[in-house]
Design a protein. Structure first.
Lengths: 303, 303
């Protein structure tokens, strides 16, 4: 039987000494000069963003336990972009990193089954390497039967999910803070659904966490604290640090009393760190940014 | 300036005489014998589902104004599946059909911009044909700044959106029916957001409908009637007919008093009609099923 997703992730966090994840959001226009050319085709742009991500993975792997490729940034280069996405996933898995595919898929059951097949169930690429992520983000708007195919795939293959609960962007509040009849906001209701669906005994690992986690934005730390009380067995994937404005102290609110149970993501502030850096190789600047990010979060969570 | 999405769609509905859409949800296992082979690679499966969809398009084009390829069913065949998805979109556009890409994407603004680039903004394929849909489905969980990049692309390029409001699956209610402090359910709140965001004068076409529409499942006709009152300028994309159990009379609740403003989708009950059919070419059976579907809905809406 495959090891449990949450157990593996928590082990890797302990090994690297920090609960952090580097988001891979590649845009051709922001790549280092050396990876760009004049008037590239869409396919050449796809190859370049893939190459960039592979080098970022090599640079950050010593410092972080996980990476999170954001599939939208690959899809914008068409089917060649998707080829690079799965190649980047394969490369990160081979580097011993936990890979969270940020795909935010969600649909009715029969369609969700196709998405689970596409993005979660084990598959090998043309080179014979596993190329589907250890976990993916999903959208819970369709309710339990929309989540079920993802949960079945996760349970069977030692993989994980992060269900969107509270997002990190400014506009999320107008939807997610909808006040309920009993005073609870809609996002708390969503959190209760995630806890109910995700806390079956067959879904919990040896360390007490479920393979069904939640996305909880760090831009609202007071809400992260409330959600921690509702979702005790969910690992929180925490976006919002860095480019989106949340501090390490804001992120610390997502962790449990022992400083466990969450992983903080930073994307642009790490992978594009070289834009503001001194004149050294960009890979070194990205590695430094990843190390600084890991140290910042580790200090805030333990402190 | 590009013609307005809603105007073009309503014109095509009038031309074909029925407000219907055929969903393209291809699974290799369900294809006609002649398109299958022994132990196909993932790439061969992708090619076969693409070929199936191209033949379905040719079969149904005389009877229906629109098709809706569901991208999950293509993604399950990896990047080769995505290549076929864009090829199927290009083929349907060339056949003069309105193409609704059922992608249900949604994320924070910067990521939504990448998705809009991938799935909505005009792009040509390797053969020089337009290959992005006329409209896509999107998930509104991120609120207004998550929708804005899609709306900008739609406005600039004469394209459209359908924002998820009420889904057709059984589990949707546990999330979407969350009761609000003033008695309204959450899905009504979502509908109000869609109407507010989608009803700017620059988004409304000559026939009074916005390029920002809504997905409203037909499995709950009494709710469709309530939502029609909240979203007067939204075209409703109505799933649930056929395999999901809704009747033509159920679907009629989504239309306005003049029998306009909605389009009903059927997927499996049309494209797999040949499984239960007599021994004639499967393409003919699919064409008959599409014609019967179009007639059924047209009669219910006018009646």
């Amino acid at each position: 039987m495959a090891p449990h997703f949450a157990d593996t992730l928590l082990e890797r966090i302990a090994d690297k000494g920090s609960p952090v994840c580097v988001g891979l959001d590649p845009s051709y226009e922001r790549l280092p000069e050396e990876l760009r050319e004049k008037e590239p085709s869409l396919a050449r742009q796809a190859q370049a963003v893939g190459e960039f991500c592979r080098q970022v993975i090599a640079a950050v792997a010593p410092y972080v336990p996980a990476v999170k490729p954001q599939i939208a940034y690959f899809e914008q280069y068409g089917h060649e972009g998707l080829r690079e996405y799965f190649d980047v996933v394969a490369e990160a898995l081979a580097a011993g990193l936990t890979v969270i595919g940020d795909v935010k898929r969600g649909d009715i059951g029969s369609t969700a089954e196709a998405y689970a097949q596409a993005h979660l169930r084990n598959r090998q690429d043309e080179k014979g390497r596993p190329c589907t992520p250890d976990a993916i983000t999903v959208n819970g708007y369709f309710g339990e039967d929309g989540l079920e195919p993802f949960i079945a795939a996760a349970r069977e293959q030692g993989k994980g999910l992060f269900v969107l609960v509270r997002t990190s962007n400014p506009g999320g509040a107008a939807v997610q803070d909808f006040p309920g009849h009993d005073g609870r906001e809609f996002f708390v209701h969503m959190a209760e659904q995630v806890a109910r669906i995700g806390d079956g005994p067959e879904l919990i690992g040896q360390r007490g966490y479920s393979c069904v986690g939640a996305v909880v934005g760090a831009t609202y730390p007071q809400e992260a604290r409330r959600l921690r009380a509702v979702m005790r067995r969910q690992i929180f994937l925490v976006p919002g640090y860095g480019a989106q404005g949340a501090s390490a102290a804001d992120c610390a609110a997502a962790f449990d009393a022992e400083g466990r149970g969450a992983i903080v993501n930073a994307s642009r502030s790490v992978i594009y760190a070289f834009k503001n850096g001194p004149s050294m190789a960009w890979q070194g600047i990205v590695a430094q940014a990843a190390a600084a990010f890991a140290k910042d979060i580790a200090a805030a969570v333990k402190g």
